[in-house]
Design a binder for this molecule. Structure first.
Ligand code: ZN
Length: 244
């Protein structure tokens, strides 16, 4: 079980250079928009939300750390309004908790939390696979899923870690899209950040092994094999999508 979730992430996982860059005070000629990787056409509150989420998941804001709004707003060179708007979204994802005494604090997840998160994600994934297979058994084609599988194969052959991570994420998103359940998509998104947070030191699965599992999963979905698709997803390596 990941030890990072039991306390400080600092000793376990160094934040990457990009995260550290985000944390540095802005220069006079710089804005959050031109510093950040994400879509700068997004409202500032969305950008701040993404930045804080990256900081928490990347370990730059450590579990138990208080979110000091004034200090953080100064460092990010924004007013406190977009910051205040971002906090409830992080709380809804379980990445921060708010208490009357201490205000917003970065969540400290326990081993029990981690176990529950992996169990729930496996159950949601299996449900998505069953629904997707049921769709394919009747009317739907799975062209997007086929394309996603092809991309994972190309990325795996190229051995590019970032491409592999993005391709795996995309493949699971296509399964979810085929499942066509708004509630399921919402519940999956709600725990995604916390799953990443507790996955920091679970290690990286063998990309080739993951690819074989993805081939079996996609075949079962395309053929409309509902129970098999669900079972394969239940048994799918939980480390898939945790390093992206
Ligand atoms: Zn996977």
């Amino acid at each position: 079980m990941p030890s990072a979730l039991l306390g400080s992430l600092g000793g376990q996982q160094l934040p990457d250079d990009e995260l550290l860059e985000l944390w540095k005070p802005l220069r006079a000629d710089e804005t959050m928009a031109n510093r950040q990787r994400q879509d700068t056409s997004k409202p500032v509150a969305d950008q701040i939300y993404t930045t804080l989420r990256d900081m928490i998941i990347g370990g730059l804001l450590e579990p138990g750390m208080r979110i000091r709004q004034r200090e953080l707003a100064t460092k990010l060179n924004v007013s406190r309004i977009p910051l205040r708007e971002a906090l409830p979204r992080l709380e809804a994802e379980g990445l921060i908790t708010t208490t009357p005494r201490r205000g917003a604090v970065v969540a400290q997840l326990t081993e029990q939390d981690a176990r529950e998160l992996f169990e729930v994600r496996a159950a949601l994934d299996a449900m998505a696979a069953r629904l997707a297979a049921a769709k394919c058994a009747t009317e739907q084609t799975a062209q997007n899923l086929e394309d996603a599988l092809e991309k994972t194969e190309e990325a795996t052959d190229a051995g590019d870690v970032d491409r592999i991570a993005a391709a795996h994420m995309n493949l699971h998103e296509q399964i979810l899209a085929l499942a066509d359940s708004t509630l399921l998509a919402k519940l999956t998104a709600q725990i995604a950040g916390r799953v990443k947070l507790v996955s920091l030191d679970t290690g990286i699965a063998d990309p080739k092994q993951l690819h074989y599992e993805h081939i079996s999963i996609c075949n079962a979905i395309r053929r409309g094999q509902v129970e098999l698709a669900g079972a394969l997803l239940s048994a799918h390596d939980p480390r898939c999508r945790t390093n992206s």
